[in-house]
Design a binder for this molecule. Structure first.
Ligand code: MV4
Length: 445
């Protein structure tokens, strides 16, 4: 097992990783930017190294600074968390070249899922259902026009280097295709330095349901059931839950098997997530695979009673996984508490938290790096923490969430708490009657 892990991240996920390391008897090194010197991950780690100025490129994304911190602290592994360098194959390769274990998949595995056309071709070969579309890149506007006519409108244009919505365009009729194709190409080039665009049939009003998987270095892969992440706004997830209210035993079995096929096709090692679109007839299609631990991993942890960070570290150290699949025995919901104003188009609201009271009691988990007096810096994401509740049934988990939200006191900045309070009262949400379009029609009262 590792003796000392450097955590190349900040905020709640850095703290989350430190907690598991402590339980495993592993020493921890925090790295921090000058904007984060008073952060909890710095206080709770065994050692801490300042790696630069506030901007991410000068600190959490700065590979030479991180490798210098590894060297001076003598860490033997790096945990990248999520975001920042978590899916950067060059970083994973540099760790490998320096004999430092990158706690995650190999650079080859990251690359095979990073390029979306490559990933889709791999999935087709492996027998994983994908959205019908055109194979490979669109050569030009003419090719796009012909292809759309074949597939039939509406279609969606996606960037092969993309993911998470950037460079994406839905096209409803032929007169829009030329402009949409050019716009998608320009946006992809600017965002990813890669203007490759491909086309799929547009699936209307889908649910976003993802399967958590784990694979070890011996070729064993298992699934740990699903999370429903349909409650999103501009590709930012706000609420996640497990199990999905739309799930059936039969669909879980099929999607679980498909996710295992997807991960096995690239000999996946580490924990990861296979994202699917699910239409109203319960047809499901591979969307992308995330080769990292995700923000919403906690709901899975609660419903199967399993520490995913511990499992991820054990897999990286060469342990075998149990080899069986895991099924929800509870219901868990996660609300992302962000420093954003839900009454003002979710505008960021960084600044000092003057008063803080976090909820507790039966069925409540809070993963947060916040404390009274803490300043949410403007340089990074706006998450203050995650509130997770769990109970035997979905209704009870929602009731517990409503109660916990009503206890949460954060003063000094605006937060998403009022949004979550209203969502928990929403009739359609309570019925489990929602798709990825749900928040487009949601108004704060
Ligand atoms: C789609 C789709 C409909 N049809 N692909 C959004 C982010 C990226 N991962 C893929 N996305 C979508 N791909 C086809 N063929 C709809 C979306 C989509 C979406 C997906 C999941 C959650 C929220 C979403 C919001 C808008 C669009």
């Amino acid at each position: 097992m590792f003796k000392k892990i450097l955590i190349a991240n900040r905020g709640e996920i850095a703290l989350r990783i430190i907690r598991t390391c402590k339980e495993m008897g592993i020493k921890t090194v925090a790295v921090y930017s000058t904007a984060d010197k008073d952060s909890l991950h710095v206080k709770f780690a065994d050692e801490a190294v300042c790696i630069g100025k506030p901007a991410s490129v000068d600190s959490y994304l700065n590979i030479p600074h991180l490798m210098a911190a590894v060297e001076i602290t003598n860490a033997d592994a790096i945990h990248p968390g999520y975001g920042f360098l978590a899916e950067n194959s060059k970083f994973a390769q540099i760790c490998f070249d320096h004999n430092i274990k990158f706690i995650g998949p190999t650079p080859e595995m990251i690359n095979s899922m990073g390029d979306k056309i490559t990933a889709k071709e791999t999935m087709i070969k492996a027998g994983v259902p994908v959205v019908p579309g055109v194979e490979g890149l669109l050569r030009d506007v003419d090719h796009a026009k012909k292809s759309a006519a074949e597939i039939d409108y509406p279609v969606i244009l996606k960037a092969t280097a993309g993911g998470g919505g950037k460079g994406m365009r839905v096209v409803w009729e032929e007169k829009e295709i030329e402009k949409s194709f050019e716009n998608a190409k320009t946006e992809a080039a600017a965002s990813f330095k890669n203007d490759g665009i491909y086309m799929e049939k547009f699936v209307e009003e889908p649910r976003h349901i993802e399967i958590q998987i784990a694979g070890d270095q011996f070729g064993n892969v298992c699934h740990l059931s699903e999370r429903d992440c349909s409650i999103q706004r501009r590709h930012q997830k706000l609420v996640e839950e497990s199990p999905s209210p739309f799930m059936t035993t039969d669909l879980r079995e099929k999607m679980g098997e498909a996710a295992i096929k997807a991960a096995s096709a690239i000999n996946y090692e580490s924990v990861g997530t296979v994202e699917f679109l699910v239409d109203k007839h319960r047809n499901f299609y591979f969307m992308e695979m995330n080769t990292r631990i995700q923000v919403e991993h906690c709901v899975t942890e609660e419903v199967i009673n399993y520490d995913l960070i511990k499992e991820q570290i054990k897999i990286a150290a060469g342990d075998k996984i149990s080899g069986r699949n895991y099924y929800p025995e509870m219901h868990a919901i996660e609300c992302r508490i962000n420093a954003e104003d839900p009454y003002n188009d979710f505008r960021p609201s960084p600044g000092r938290i003057t008063v803080l009271h976090q909820p507790g009691g039966h069925g409540v988990r809070v993963d947060s790096h916040a404390y009274a007096g803490y300043v949410i810096p403007p340089y990074y994401d706006s998450m203050i923490g995650k509130l997770i509740t769990m109970a035997q049934t979905r209704d009870e988990a929602i009731d517990t969430m409503s109660r916990a939200l009503s206890e949460y006191i954060i003063e000094g900045i605006k937060t998403t708490i009022p949004f979550h309070i209203q969502l928990m009262q929403n009739e359609d949400f309570r019925k489990g009657n929602f798709t990825t379009k749900f928040l487009e029609g949601f108004k704060m009262s």
